[in-house]
Write a protein that binds this ligand. Structure first.
Ligand code: PHE
Length: 343
């Protein structure tokens, strides 16, 4: 009996180990002391029936109080450990909040809008046409000879039944002249498609802005004055323009327009390939055959047309080296131009 009472007292000493125990040690201690088979206290309680009734009562009372103390100590330590682990993985209310993202317009969308705004101030309205076109609107009505290489399936995306994805926005010239009589002044933005490799300066889908003016007495001077006014408005008042001979089946004469480099102002830099000039559009006087195809009398009316690529224009304005950046959707790139976006 004395032994058992001494064992109870000895066991009580071990209560002191519990507040320091980690998760593992706590489980071991529980098994060691309260384990159903070999627990030290369980054994003492199991030996009680062997004692005299009087001893059984006193030892039993001490052992049961100790059992309650152990259970309380284990429970308290378990609560502490649980609270500590919640604190490390849980919410930190002092952490600054994440700013939410706000969308912005894609740079090319902004450039298209800006181009159309400038022409609106010059008296142009906006026209649109379908992206799936017939060969007639895309080529035939625009005076392409039947064997022109652009008509080749190598260069165009053909759909069923002689339909193709338009390779330029010029078919909108034809649709506009069919629908409206002169005077005509329209710009027409939209997507175009070509079987081009996806490389730093080509994309199989790209934006164009087409322009068309038809009226009595329209001359090449009107073409130059209008497009130069546009260039000064878009690139800045000191922008110089120059026109060089070019060729398109639907304009005669045809001219490409170059502007003085907006990055180096003509001094020479990588954006203009050290030439001081950047080519931004193709243009020309509407070919009499095209006017005739649209039942407009070329003896009475004349006009000019132009087509520019907003992707290219955005690249030369901002010195962007690779057209593919516009299509990758990397917010770190796009947000530089949208004023919004990734924080
Ligand atoms: N459609 C021509 C192209 O895609 C551009 C252009 C439009 C040229 C209008 C002259 C007049 O290259």
């Amino acid at each position: 009996m004395r032994d058992l009472l001494a064992a109870v007292h000895a066991l009580r000493e071990r209560l002191g180990e519990i507040p320091q125990a980690d998760e593992r040690r706590l489980q071991d201690l529980k098994t060691e002391i309260l384990g159903r088979k070999a627990g030290a206290l369980t054994k003492i309680l199991g030996d009680l029936p062997k004692l005299q009734p009087a001893d059984r009562r006193s030892v039993g009372a001490a052992a049961n109080v100790l059992k309650r103390d152990f259970e309380a100590a284990f429970a308290a330590r378990e609560r502490d450990l649980a609270r500590a682990s919640r604190a490390t993985v849980g919410l930190d209310p002092t952490m600054p909040g994440r700013p939410s993202w706000r969308g912005g317009l894609h740079l090319v969308t902004q450039v298209v809008a800006e181009i159309c705004d400038i022409f609106r101030e010059l008296g142009f309205t906006r026209a649109v046409g379908p992206e799936a076109e017939t060969e007639w609107y895309n080529f035939g009505a625009l005076n392409f000879p039947k064997d022109h290489p652009a008509i080749d399936v190598q260069d165009s995306f053909y759909l069923a039944d002689g339909l193709l994805l338009r390779t330029h926005t010029s078919p909108v010239q034809v649709r506009t002249m069919e629908q409206y009589r002169p005077p005509i002044r329209v710009v027409s933005p939209g997507q175009c498609y070509r079987r081009d490799p996806f490389d730093p300066s080509h994309a199989p889908v790209f934006e164009q802005v087409e322009g068309l003016v038809v009226d009595e007495g329209v001359t090449f001077v009107d073409l130059k004055a209008t497009l130069s006014a546009f260039a000064r408005q878009f690139f800045g008042p000191h922008t110089a323009t120059r026109f060089s001979p070019s060729y398109f089946p639907f304009t005669e004469p045809s001219a490409d327009m170059q502007v003085s480099c907006s990055v180096c102002h003509g001094a020479g830099c990588p954006t203009c390939k050290q030439t001081g000039w950047m080519e931004i559009l193709g243009s020309g006087m509407v070919h009499p055959a095209v006017l005739e195809n649209c039942r407009i009398d070329p003896e009475h009316y004349s006009g000019f047309a132009f087509g520019m690529g907003p992707h290219r224009i955005a690249m030369v304005r901002h010195g962007i080296p690779d057209i593919r950046l516009f299509f990758e959707g990397d917010v770190r790139f796009l947000a530089q131009f949208s004023g919004e976006g990734a924080p």
